[in-house]
Design a binder for this molecule. Structure first.
Ligand code: NAG
Length: 329
């Protein structure tokens, strides 16, 4: 692949769509009535409730830029797909996003271009119809930008708050701080970035988050670098996280919160990070860690695993941390 000349098929087919229809469907049931009624609708390029298996995701490079004060987010995703069966159709999930296909890069055939793009609202699927079919055993990169709104409810990328007290007790009044977090399960990843949002479509994720300096961000894996992102927004930086092992999109987690909350790394049998929004006495903090270790030991014996299933504990009822799993590869 490396030797082939990458051909940029500049498409810039910007197709904006905003969906207002709330989907009330659960993936996972092959015999869902939607699937049956959709089949045979020849006007749509794809009508099955499940995604086609001709393309499988290998890797996603996701850059997310939430703006908490404006309750919006934007981002960029590159989906690297492996061609399992020859096809001219790329189908994936997206919901309540404004999407713009920037580029389809295919090493194999310079003459492949984008013929048509569209949205299948009922299935929450977006499709890209190519001018010629892709060959088996090749790789195609689909580069897209997207925009959306931060949800007030705990679905997709949502806004939340936590209260905080100053650590030196100089100001006993509680302050309310803003945060955004993700809740991707079971089918909400598609509301945060376009992806093949079915549990069996696992892939590696390389996640970056753009934030203002007085915020912090977390994701599934360890932070790799923090670089300047003032081109994206004034005084902003970008946190880049290590590549995850192959996981389903619904396991991706991201949190951005104001720096007033504190994370202390405690090492017992293994490191655990305690998320605190109000200062705790050391003994109290030890209690939290001991409880977490007991829970882990139970899960370890039950599931027969050696790695801790989580890396953060929060005693402050800051729910989003429930979704951060330890996934160091
Ligand atoms: C959010 O939007 C405001 C107003 O446009 C801007 O001043 C701020 O820098 C933005 N923050 C981020 C993180 O983009």
């Amino acid at each position: 692949m490396a030797a082939a000349i990458p051909v940029l098929l500049k498409t810039w087919l910007c197709l904006a769509f905003v969906l207002t229809v709330m989907a009330d469907v659960i993936l996972g049931d092959d015999d869902a009535p939607q699937a049956a009624s959709e089949k045979g609708d020849s006007s749509l390029p794809w009508s099955d409730f499940r995604l086609p298996k001709s393309l499988l995701p290998m890797k996603y490079i996701v850059k997310l830029h939430p703006n908490i004060s404006k309750s919006t987010f934007r981002g960029r995703v590159t989906m690297r797909l492996q061609v399992m069966a020859s096809t001219d159709l790329i189908v994936f999930h997206a919901h309540k996003l404004k999407l713009c296909v920037k580029n389809v890069q295919y090493c194999k055939d310079a003459r492949i271009g984008v013929k048509k793009t569209g949205y299948i609202e009922k299935l929450e699927m977006f499709y890209i119809k190519l001018s010629r079919p892709l060959c088996v055993d090749t790789i195609v990169d689909v580069d897209m930008s997207f925009k959306g709104s931060i949800s007030p409810e705990a679905v997709g990328l949502f806004k939340t708050t936590y209260s905080h007290q100053s650590s030196d007790n100089s100001d006993p009044t509680e302050q309310v701080n803003a945060a955004v977090a993700t809740q991707m399960q079971p089918i909400y990843a598609r509301r945060v970035f376009p992806c093949m949002d079915e549990p069996s479509f696992t892939a590696a994720f390389e996640i970056s988050i753009i934030r203002e300096k007085h915020y912090s961000s977390l994701s599934n894996t360890a932070l790799v670098s923090t670089t300047d992102a003032s081109a994206s927004c004034h005084g902003c930086v970008m946190d880049k996280f290590a590549k995850t092992p192959d996981i389903s999109p619904h396991l991706v987690a991201m949190v951005v919160f104001e720096n007033k909350a504190k994370i202390t790394e405690m090492s017992g049998d293994y490191p655990i990070n305690v998320f605190e929004t109000t200062p705790k006495l050391p003994g109290y903090r030890n209690n939290i860690v001991n409880t977490a270790v007991r829970v882990f030991n139970f899960v370890k014996n039950y599931l027969d695993i050696s790695e801790p299933p989580f890396k953060y504990v929060s005693e402050d009822g800051f729910g989003p941390f429930a979704y951060l799993f330890r996934l160091y590869s």
